[in-house]
Design a protein around this ligand. Structure first.
Ligand code: IPM
Ligand code: MG
Length: 358
């Protein structure tokens, strides 16, 4: 059996962290005869530089032919002045929408070894284990019309549109309820139903699906309150489901609860479980090339890939155990460093996980 993985390193720290993740995949591939095949492609600013497009035809063909995609990160100062239609971020958004990766799973898990790295008090975050299910191919990120127009008065006006079709909300609802079923059976849907019709519609659809999952307890929360609750008492949450934009924002907050955004993997799945896997942090241009980026979010994204797309849960467990072991041994990149630990570079962290696997 062959399993094709498209590898898109992208920009900034993308290439550095992807190297470490592919070392893990390479090792497991030969050690366990997984039949993995890798193909490398360009996305984001790197693709723009080569082809004047952040998501060129070659890459589209590559990801369509692959069973799973591993992505580093996109974006950077160099491309900020480009027209929004060809900015690196458009490559990522194009990939998500081209493959219809509507379900974005972002787990925020606090490793007990990193309690001291969180900016929150240990009693608030220790034991934290929540999952954000973010709708990823709809909402204001993709809504039409969008742009900048000139009003009759001559004044310019910019606009975006928040839209959701019933079918888009239904499918993410089912993903979220099923995710909650496999965890602790609690689902909190986050909206702004007191102000936005679109998210009142969202809330009603979540309610309409709930009877199909009697073992899941559904609650609703306004997004402003959810942002507050995430830093006040994050352990009240099991699974949160929300729109594209709210999920973008809340998942960064949730990430920081765990000590560092450098620890959080993500899976973006289509209806058949084909997926794209990426760390939730961005390209971090400020630290790119310095060999200090934390590769663990990418390595943990590989574990998610093995678990969700390839149904190799035990191999995923092996990676997660090796990450745990590296943390137990006091190995820390600078983002998760605390006194008494051993500060290491990107590749040293990769090597520590690799040796834990062996
Ligand atoms: C994320 C990122 C992206 C997003 C950017 C890079 C387009 O912030 O994956 O959370 O907004 O979705
Ligand atoms: Mg984001």
């Amino acid at each position: 059996m062959t399993r094709k993985i498209a590898i898109l390193a992208g920009d900034g720290i993308g290439p550095e962290i992807i190297v470490e993740a592919t070392k893990i995949l390479d090792f497991l591939n030969s050690d366990m005869d997984l039949g993995l095949e890798f193909e490398i492609g360009l996305i984001g600013g790197a693709a723009y530089d080569a082809y004047k497009s952040p998501f060129p035809e070659q890459t589209i063909d590559l990801v369509k032919a692959a069973d799973a995609v591993l992505l580093g990160a996109v974006g950077g100062k160099k491309w900020e002045g480009l027209d929004i239609s060809v900015r690196p971020e458009k490559g990522l958004l194009g990939l998500r929408s081209e493959l219809e990766l509507f379900a974005n799973l972002r787990p925020a898990l606090l490793y007990p070894q990193l309690v001291a790295a969180s900016t929150l008090k240990p009693e608030i975050v220790s034991g934290l284990d929540l999952m954000i299910v973010r709708e990823l191919t709809g909402g204001i990120y993709f809504g039409q019309p969008r742009g900048i127009r000139e009003l009759a008065s001559g004044e310019k006006q910019a606009y975006n549109t928040l839209v959701y079709k019933e079918s888009e909300i239904l499918r993410i609802a089912h993903t979220a309820f099923k995710t909650a079923q496999k965890r602790n059976g609690r689902l909190c849907s986050v909206d702004k139903a007191n102000v936005l019709e679109c998210t009142e519609f969202w809330r009603n659809i979540m309610d309409s699906v709930a009877p199909e999952y009697p073992d899941v307890e559904l609650s609703h929360m306004y997004v402003d309150n959810a942002a507050m609750q995430l830093v006040r008492a994050p352990k009240q949450f099991d699974v949160m489901v929300t729109t594209n934009l709210f999920g973008d924002i809340l998942s960064d907050t949730a990430a920081m609860l765990t000590g560092s955004i450098g620890m959080l993997p993500s899976a973006s799945l289509d209806i058949n479980g084909k997926g794209m896997y990426e760390p939730i942090h961005g390209s971090a241009p400020d630290i790119a090339g310095k060999e200090i980026a934390n590769p663990l979010a990418t390595i943990l994204s590989v574990a998610m890939m093995l678990r969700y797309t390839f149904e190799l849960g035990t191999v995923a467990d092996r990676i997660e155990a090796a990450v745990n072991k590296a943390l137990d041994n006091g190995i820390r990149t600078s983002d998760i460093y605390s006194t008494g630990m051993q500060k290491v570079s990107t590749s040293q962290m990769g090597a520590a996980v690799l040796s834990g696997l062996k």
